[in-house]
Design a protein around this ligand. Structure first.
Ligand SMILES: [Zn+2]
Ligand SMILES: [Zn+2]
Length: 420
């Protein structure tokens, strides 16, 4: 659906870094972050954060509506309660519902409800996504160089080609693997009927080997060809840094699928030109650019969340030098984004074990220092990625963060001390 909405293509770069949606902070299965990854890699590796971000861009109601059409009963019931975590399985779905849904990928994006009696005429069918988007998903899910390719699988020459996806639920209660080709769609679920978790249960290691064995048994030496690239799915050259059509400065070019008139057409902006002093110690804007003694230099155009990720891991990168201190231009842009605490939130602090509140912000790449203020009183100077702490007073608290270019951001919280 996101491909059809023009939100992404297989090589679109997604930032797999810490993110928070009004308090919901998804984590990856292994609790690691992967930084900048292309969409196809994120899908092959079942990365949670890119999935949540993609649903956030698409809007969860669009997904809920389609799943309701496909007869997902629990999701229909819970639709008002469901949040972005539904994309990770934070919702109820049955093996029958999921297998039926995957069969739409096997049928060019058209969903038909499964029937248990062969003689029953299957009715109509609903288009869920375009043949082009379906082809792209089938291509990604049929690659075999994936972490969930079954270990020690004696892949025979005649093993049919399949596309598949694995899943392991929270607490290892369910191991899933659903695969398909033109002949069959097969869903495998393993777990206890009581819902009790099993430490050794995993989609990749338990369910997928069984899925492969079933395919090899019922579809051995398959007569079917793989899906053909439809006419409305074309290939183009993109910059690997963003997955967007390259600019003059892009050198690392790769091939990507796209949907003409739908997929993003913005030119890559992975670098940006900055005016710097000859010694590269100062940067200038147009209003403070000296008559001579400057040069143009290209810097990577990192977003604030990636800069925060680099900062936390001590990953070095070339920073834009500090802005000319003599510059008098008042910056119009907004200041650093305060991530913690949360604007408008109420914080309860234990009188017995008072814990300080964390101060954390995302600033743009040319910021070297930020200044924190609590209730208009100076608190601390810090590098943008560094976390600071403070012990608040009870009542309303105003927190301000100013960067070294004078851009400021204020938020307000409320603090209550309670007995617990
Ligand atoms: Zn580029
Ligand atoms: Zn300036």
């Amino acid at each position: 659906m996101s491909i059809d909405e023009g939100l992404l293509t297989p090589k679109t770069i997604i930032n797999d870094v810490a993110v928070s949606y009004a308090g919901y902070a998804p984590e990856n299965y292994d609790r690691q972050f992967n930084g900048q990854v292309p969409m196809d890699y994120a899908l092959e590796h079942s990365l949670n954060i890119p999935a949540v971000k993609t649903l956030g861009m698409l809007g969860k109601d669009k997904l809920i509506n389609k799943l309701a059409i496909c007869g997902f009963e629990q999701i229909k019931k819970d639709q008002r309660k469901l949040g972005l975590s539904m994309i990770l399985g934070g919702c109820g779905a049955t093996l029958e519902e999921l297998t039926g849904l995957y069969s739409a990928f096997a049928n060019d994006g058209v969903y038909t409800r499964p029937a248990y009696v062969q003689s029953k005429k299957l009715s109509g069918g609903t288009r869920l996504c375009s043949p082009a988007a379906t082809f792209i998903i089938n291509d990604i899910l049929s690659k075999v160089n994936r972490p969930d390719f079954p270990l020690n699988w004696q892949s025979t020459e005649h093993m049919p080609k399949i596309a598949w996806k694995t899943g392991t639920s929270y607490g290892r209660r369910d191991a899933w693997s659903i695969g398909y080709n033109k002949n069959y769609t097969i869903g495998v679920w393993l777990g206890n009927f009581s819902g009790e978790g099993v430490a050794s249960l995993s989609g990749a290691n338990t369910a997928t080997p069984l899925l492969f064995r079933i395919f090899n048994t019922i579809d051995y030496d398959s007569d079917q060809e793989w899906y053909r690239q439809p006419a409305d799915c074309l290939s183009r050259v993109v910059c690997s840094e963003t997955g967007l059509p390259p600019a003059d400065f892009c050198t690392n070019l790769i091939s990507d699928y796209f949907l003409p008139l739908t997929s993003p057409t913005k030119t890559c902006g992975h670098l940006r030109e900055v005016f710097v002093s000859a010694d590269e110690k100062l940067s200038y804007c147009r209003s403070c650019l000296p008559a001579a003694g400057y040069k143009k230099k290209l810097y990577k155009n990192y977003s604030p969340d990636i800069l925060a990720y680099f900062g936390e891991r001590d990953i070095s990168f070339e920073r834009v030098p500090a802005h000319n201190p003599a510059c008098e231009k008042v910056f119009q842009e907004s200041g650093p984004a305060i991530i913690s605490p949360r604007n408008g939130a109420e914080y309860l602090i234990s009188k017995k074990n008072p814990e300080p509140i964390q101060l954390n912000c995302n600033a743009s790449s040319d910021v070297g220092k930020v200044y924190w203020y609590i209730n208009n009183r100076f608190h601390k100077t810090s590098s943008p990625a560094e976390k600071q702490f403070f012990m608040p007073e009870e009542g309303p608290v105003k927190i301000s963060c100013t960067d070294d270019k004078g851009r400021n951001r204020d938020i307000n919280i409320r603090v209550r001390y309670i007995d617990f």
